[in-house]
Write a protein that binds this ligand. Structure first.
Ligand code: PHE
Length: 456
């Protein structure tokens, strides 16, 4: 018996690809991937990240989508459906719950960073970058972080933008947002890479990204690479499961998800190729500059290239759009559940959940100024911003992914899985099933345990 959903469906396989890519491609690719690579030694980190995407990310993403499409509801209720179908204890539904909570936690800091991008639309748009020196560009960013009022303003604007799209619903809100943005974003990244070839230190940037030096690798950075593979593919918290629920029944999950995974990876690597040549050509900048890396490196290019203001403005608009199509998928799982199970209308559910994230986000705004030294033991000696990022990317998402893989690999009826993937008799099905059953869970479990041991 097949389920039907109440929230509507994507008009075609392509719209699903666009929406899922919209969710996957975001600040994770353009902001987080470059600065994490910079902090964790370059090429070695990139290689581990690529292995995690191929061996864990893409197979688990297929598992997540297929649960969503089987249940045709919010992650919580889809988990309820497949748990019942498999005759398992209700505890498995916890995967859905953890996802909703993780989504709100991610949204709290995501919205603050997206706020930085919004602020830079303004900075570049008013032409104030033109001719600015690298050092002054760095100071400008520090000044922004030191100003809670500014951060709060842009954080709030972004939260409101997200809520508006989620409130509009699947077809009107989400489907149309991604169509224009993806190609444009990619094109402007390419322009920046070309700029870096001529005006940056392209060779150093390239070597930094792709030279593999084992000695730079620690368990901690392996866990970070693993966590980032989940974060960047929107995995382990139900976002992709929720989108899977709106996927047409006849679309092939395998091909679709591989496309999404490749697009996401290409965007991240291109962002790295755009940023690092500029970093190495401007000595005060360091690859390990941390979360500000994007905002202190690219404006250097915009300040000196012809029409840099216009191009810079377009670029930050595109980053904002990319963040926007991701943030809606952080809120969607919870909203879909409230509509299904708590008889909420979409709009109030959306504003309630986004409101919770927005409030939590205020602690992230203050993490860069008033609360910068507030690193109590109950936040594991981190600022609220770092704590939320750590808890979600490095714990909740990998754990969610681990449970999803175990559920699909060990407990779901293999015939149902095969049919849901439209993979009857497909040569690769058994290989995929083996990976999801053994390889992905063992790798995720191993990395988490070794990191724990390593940290004592
Ligand atoms: N994948 C998004 C990005 O890379 C972030 C995200 C994580 C979105 C988890 C949804 C769920 O920016």
């Amino acid at each position: 018996m097949d389920q039907r959903g109440i929230h509507g469906e994507w008009a075609s396989r392509w719209i699903f690809i666009l929406a899922a890519t919209g969710s996957a491609v975001g600040l994770g690719n353009i902001w987080k991937f470059p600065y994490m690579t910079g902090e964790n030694g370059g090429g070695a980190f990139v290689l581990v990240y690529l292995i995690c995407i191929a061996l864990i990310g893409i197979p688990v993403m297929m598992a997540e989508v297929l649960i969503g499409r089987r249940g045709r509801m919010s992650p919580i209720n889809s988990m309820r459906y497949v748990t019942k179908e498999a005759g398992l204890p209700r505890g498995w539904i916890g995967i859905g719950w953890m996802g909703v909570v993780a989504g709100l936690m991610i949204m709290a800091f995501y919205s603050v960073v997206a706020g930085w991008a919004l602020r830079y639309v303004w900075t570049t748009g008013t032409g104030s970058l033109t001719g600015m020196e690298a050092a002054a560009i760095g100071e400008q960013f520090s000044a922004l972080l030191a100003d809670p009022k500014q951060l709060f303003l842009w954080h709030s604007v972004f939260a409101l933008m997200t809520a508006t799209v989620v409130a509009l619903g699947v077809e009107r809100g989400l489907g149309s947002a991604a169509k224009l943005m993806m190609p444009l974003l990619f094109a402007s990244l390419i322009i920046l890479v070309i700029y870096g070839m001529f005006h940056g230190d392209f060779a150093s940037g390239f070597h930094f990204l792709f030279d593999f030096e084992v000695k730079r690798l620690t368990w901690d950075s392996v866990l970070k690479a693993l966590g980032h593979a989940f974060f960047t593919l929107s995995l382990g918290m139900g976002a992709i499961m929720a989108y899977g629920a709106y996927m047409p029944a006849n679309a092939s999950i395998g091909k679709t998800i591989i496309t999404v995974g490749i697009l996401d990876t290409v965007v991240a690597l291109t962002a790295g190729l755009a940023i690092f040549p500029l970093v190495f050509a401007n000595p005060p900048l360091q690859p390990s500059a941390g979360p500000g890396l994007l905002f202190v490196s690219l404006p250097i290019a915009f300040s000196s290239m012809p029409f840099g203001d216009i191009f810079g403005t377009i670029f930050f608009v595109l980053i904002t759009l990319a963040a926007w199509t991701s943030s809606v998928s952080l809120i969607e799982p919870g909203v879909a559940w409230m509509v299904e199970s708590k008889k909420f209308r979409r709009a109030p559910a959306t504003f309630l959940l986004t409101g919770i994230s927005w409030l939590l986000g205020i602690t992230c705004v203050l993490s860069f100024n008033a609360l910068a030294e507030f690193k109590p033991w109950f936040l594991l000696f981190k600022t609220p911003f770092d704590f939320l990022d750590f808890m979600t990317s490095q714990l909740m998402l990998p754990l969610g992914g681990l449970f999803i893989a175990v559920f699909v690999g060990w407990f779901m009826n293999k015939q149902i899985v095969e049919r849901e993937l439209n993979a009857e008799g497909h040569a690769l099905f058994d290989a995929w099933h083996f990976v999801v059953k053994f390889i992905s869970p063992v790798l995720v479990g191993l990395v988490m345990v070794l990191t724990l041991i390593d940290s004592f």
